[in-house]
Write a protein that binds this ligand. Structure first.
Ligand SMILES: Cc1cc2nc3c(=O)[nH]c(=O)nc-3n(C[C@H](O)[C@H](O)[C@H](O)COP(=O)(O)OP(=O)(O)OC[C@H]3O[C@@H](n4cnc5c(N)ncnc54)[C@H](O)[C@@H]3O)c2cc1C
Length: 438
């Protein structure tokens, strides 16, 4: 031990980080009260994001603030540091912390939990860095909602046909659930909003999904994926399978099937890769760059270090030999709980248990009252799938407070019309005042 008190450092306050800390708060109540243990959670954001609700937040079905959980409120007995862990030297039991402002400093620890999740897996496509936006954070969901509605607003007062077409063309790259749900929810919202834009017609909007493989939504199985393609095409969405984005310089989209057009909105959801900070640790990584774990979530061959979630290669003991669990909230939440329990047990001289969970399938929302699901082998589509999506996720979103607020958002939506205001100026709040000072 580096000090009298055992310091447990949690890198990342997302699914794994927050659930591990919650579990430690519960299991080590006495040790925390007697100051024998300290739990420190480091994250550049002060909240945990419930990502499965981001598409609904983008569509305006739920209030964006309700899909995040403030870490300070739920982790009352932990220390929350708002900053980034730049590197971890586990040999010395020291992490380098980069606060949001000021100089980086070293923080020593006794036990570390590595849970920084994943980041967007991008490709060196010309123009992508300038034009593209991801869909992993609540700010991206808010920005996209504002962007779509602002494009409709601007397009109504523009006479140049080509410029108008570019404003009203929305391209999504990647057909996993993040991309499909974001596209389907935003298209649904825009289709609804069109009743307030008599200057525009439904055909003016162009929604394009670009997917490099021959299928979408692998999470819900092949036939449900095919059903989703048909559904999206019926709604006028162009689903381009086995197609890649080749370039998007200055908003000029070039696809591998030869198609070229202009678009002002490009959403990149083509998969994730483990957080690059993992490469700045002395911990063992697999060929994908994830931390190698044992079945009980301890890091392979290392003492006092644990990992889980998107950043970890966790053996899937329910699968074939060598299989690891995929990057999903379903695993991350459960792993966080097992991880917290295991640390608490070891600290109290007990033994650990393995993480065992067989992936049960997925549910995806495709807009209001539309969805697709495959859970425990049961396939659902349309309203039942959408209803299952909502009930499942509201049961899973952390804290009673967030559940209640989300249910209230949905209830209000039953009685009032959908909100279609674009608050794009939120991204430039000082503009008007700055102009006034000139
Ligand atoms: C739009 C969308 C929809 C999804 N829908 C579903 C779904 O329906 N079902 C499902 O099972 N899964 C879903 N997922 C996947 C799921 O959200 C992830 O698998 C899950 O969040 C992984 O949990 P995690 O704790 O590993 O990472 P995260 O929850 O991403 O948490 C990582 C945390 O680490 C922080 N961090 C990053 N770098 C550092 C650093 N250097 N130092 C400190 N902190 C750092 C981040 O800010 C973040 O808070 C969805 C994902 C997205 C993007």
């Amino acid at each position: 031990m580096t000090q009298e008190r055992t310091r447990i450092l949690i890198v990342g306050g997302g699914y794994v980080g927050m659930y591990t800390a919650l579990r430690l708060q519960k299991r080590l109540r006495r040790e925390l009260r007697e100051k024998k243990v300290e739990v420190v959670v480091v994250d550049p954001r002060s909240y945990m994001t419930y990502q499965p609700f981001l598409p609904e937040a983008a569509a305006g079905s739920v209030e964006p603030r309700h899909v995040v959980v403030p870490l300070r409120r739920v982790l009352r007995r932990c220390v929350i540091l708002t900053g980034r862990v730049d590197s971890v030297d586990h040999g010395r039991r020291v992490a380098r912390i980069q606060p949001v402002r000021g100089d980086a400093y070293d923080l020593s620890y006794d036990v570390v939990v590595i849970a920084p999740g994943s980041i967007a897996r991008t490709l060196p496509i010309p123009g992508l860095a300038e034009l593209g936006i991801g869909f992993k954070q609540v700010e991206e969901a808010i920005a996209l909602r504002n962007q779509v509605l602002e494009m409709l607003d601007i397009a109504t007062s523009i006479t140049d046909h080509a410029a108008r077409r570019a404003l009203l063309s929305f391209v999504f790259v990647g057909g996993g659930y993040a991309g499909i749900e974001a596209l389907a929810e935003l298209e649904d919202m825009a289709a609804y909003a069109m009743r307030y834009y008599p200057e525009l017609s439904q055909g003016d909007l162009r929604w394009v999904l670009v997917e490099a493989t021959g299928r979408i939504l692998p999470e819900v199985g092949e036939d449900m994926g095919r059903y989703t393609v048909e559904e999206l095409r019926k709604r006028g969405i162009e689903v381009r399978l086995e197609t890649r984005l080749e370039s998007c310089v200055g908003g000029h989209i070039v696809l591998s099937d030869g198609e070229e057009f202009d678009a002002e909105t490009l959403v990149w959801t083509a998969g994730v890769k483990p957080n690059p900070m993992l490469a700045r640790t002395d911990l063992p990584l697999d060929e994908k760059g994830r931390v190698k774990c044992r079945p009980d979530l301890r890091i392979d061959g290392v003492e006092g270090a644990w990992a889980a979630g998107d950043a970890a290669a966790v053996p899937d003991v329910t699968g074939p030999p060598g299989a690891t669990t995929g990057p999903s909230a379903q695993h991350a939440v459960r792993q966080g709980k097992v991880l917290g329990d295991n640390i608490a047990r070891l600290l109290r001289g007990g033994t650990t248990s393995a993480y065992i969970h067989k992936y049960v399938g997925s549910v995806a929302s495709l807009g209001l009252h539309k969805g697709v699901a495959q859970v425990y082998g049961v396939k659902l589509r349309g309203f039942p799938a959408w209803f299952m999506h909502r009930s499942y996720h509201v049961s899973r979103v952390p804290t009673f407070n967030r559940k209640a607020r989300i249910i209230l958002d949905w209830t209000l939506a039953l009685f009032f019309r959908r909100d279609i205001v674009s608050l794009g100026s939120l991204q430039r709040p000082r503009q008007e005042f700055t102009e006034a000072t000139r």
